[in-house]
Write a protein of this length. Structure first.
Length: 90
């Protein structure tokens, strides 16, 4: 899958547009095919290495997104494959 990856703190020169592995997911999670993503203050703070960067552990920015459910973990209820959703990733 394609993603904008933060390779280090600082200015936008630390971003790269990369091909990354499709994430695995646990039985209590969903796998979402992201259609749109937003860059918001949380992402900005992460880019600069501020407080949010210590709370998040993914170098892929775009914490707000919408997309389609691609897979549902066995213990997840209330979601189905193919459903459109909007999320805030933590």
């Amino acid at each position: 899958m394609k993603a904008i990856v933060l390779n280090g703190f600082g200015d936008v020169s630390n971003f790269s547009f990369d091909e990354v592995d499709k994430p695995s997911f646990q039985e209590d999670q969903l796998l979402i095919r992201i259609k749109t993503a937003a860059f918001n203050p949380i992402d900005y703070q992460m880019r600069l290495g501020w407080r949010e960067s210590r709370l998040m552990n993914s170098p892929i920015l775009g914490r707000e997104f919408s997309g389609v459910v691609e897979a549902v973990g066995n213990s997840v209820t209330g979601f189905s494959v193919g459903a459109g959703m909007g999320f805030l990733q933590r």
